[in-house]
Design a protein around this ligand. Structure first.
Ligand SMILES: [Fe+2]
Ligand SMILES: [Fe+2]
Length: 302
């Protein structure tokens, strides 16, 4: 790449970071004060739209009472939020590594610090919400939790920012729908609204880094980048609903998780949640061999 192009890219990067810093100063939430944590939960009110619950449309779903369906929705929301914390904690580590490397007087470094601050508040908010609704912080299955530690070590380049985007955009789609649904608990809607609003900046930041990273990538690095992002996408979609949630409504976790995985409604929900980001990643050139099997198994592509 020519020096002129590198300089132009650098100044674009600074401009975006400056704009995002201004937007962050202008609009941000403090969940400690902006959420009424004492407000009672509404009785007989859902925590998620029925059609987004993993067992919706299956024989197991038909056997559940209306109360059990609400209960399962609550535990699935808690599972997704606790996995949100998992991703955010990994993301914070990766951003800190970036800040460690670069000049802190750049807007880019300062925006990275601002994003870490956002994620700190989000993870605290998700943790409080899980505690408030009275569900466990399920997190990912143990094997994925172990493997997750590797990501800040083996991840770099566009696949790293692309992985962040997958987590952020999948969550964004689910939360956007839920925050607009009047049949969902006000507490959950508010948590989702705060998250959606602040994540929009993160998505802009990460998308720019993916495009930039792809431009700077050497040809031999592409297969590794494609494999890494596909494997992470698979891990993300598989971790969202921890099988232990099914225990809360008296179902066998192993069996119910298998039913959910084979449930066309649930597969469609996953595809729908990744629709926007997959189009972007595909156009960027990150979707393809040798990662195709992981993508298919993640249900993000048909
Ligand atoms: Fe977040
Ligand atoms: Fe984020």
């Amino acid at each position: 790449m020519s020096r002129a192009l590198r300089v132009a890219q650098g100044s674009d990067r600074e401009k975006t970071a400056e704009r995002l810093l201004n937007s962050s100063a202008d609009k941000f939430y403090d969940p400690e004060v902006d959420i009424d944590w004492q407000a009672p939960l509404r009785e007989n009110m859902r925590y998620a739209p029925d059609h987004r619950i993993s067992l919706y449309g299956t024989g197991l779903w038909d056997q559940l009472t209306p109360e059990q369906r609400i209960e399962l929705g609550k535990h699935e929301v808690a599972s997704i939020a606790s996995n949100g914390i998992w991703f955010e904690v990994l993301l914070m580590q990766m951003l800190l590594k970036e800040v460690y490397r670069i000049d802190p007087t750049t807007r880019h470094a300062q925006y990275a610090l601002t994003e870490i601050a956002d994620e700190c508040r989000h993870s605290t908010m998700f943790a409080r919400a899980i505690e408030r609704v009275g569900a466990p912080a399920y997190g990912p299955p143990p094997i994925l939790k172990k493997l997750g530690r590797l990501l800040p070590v083996i991840g770099y380049g566009p696949a790293l920012y692309g992985s962040i985007l997958i987590a952020e955009e999948i969550l964004d789609r689910i939360q956007r729908e839920s925050m607009a649904d009047e049949n969902v608990q006000p507490l959950v809607r508010m948590v989702n609204r705060i998250h959606v609003l602040e994540e929009a900046r993160h998505v802009t930041f990460a998308r720019q880094e993916v495009v930039r990273g792809m431009e700077n990538l050497r040809k031999w690095e592409l297969p590794y980048q494609r494999l890494l992002i596909a494997a992470v996408a698979f891990a993300i979609t598989r971790s969202l609903i921890n099988p232990r949630v099914y225990k809360a409504v008296g179902l066998d976790p192993k069996h119910a998780a298998k039913v959910a995985l084979e449930n066309p409604h649930h597969q469609e929900t996953l595809r729908w949640s990744g629709e926007r980001i997959m189009k972007f990643l595909d156009e960027a050139g990150l979707v393809g061999a040798p990662g195709t099997r992981f993508w298919k198994a993640s249900f993000l592509i048909a």
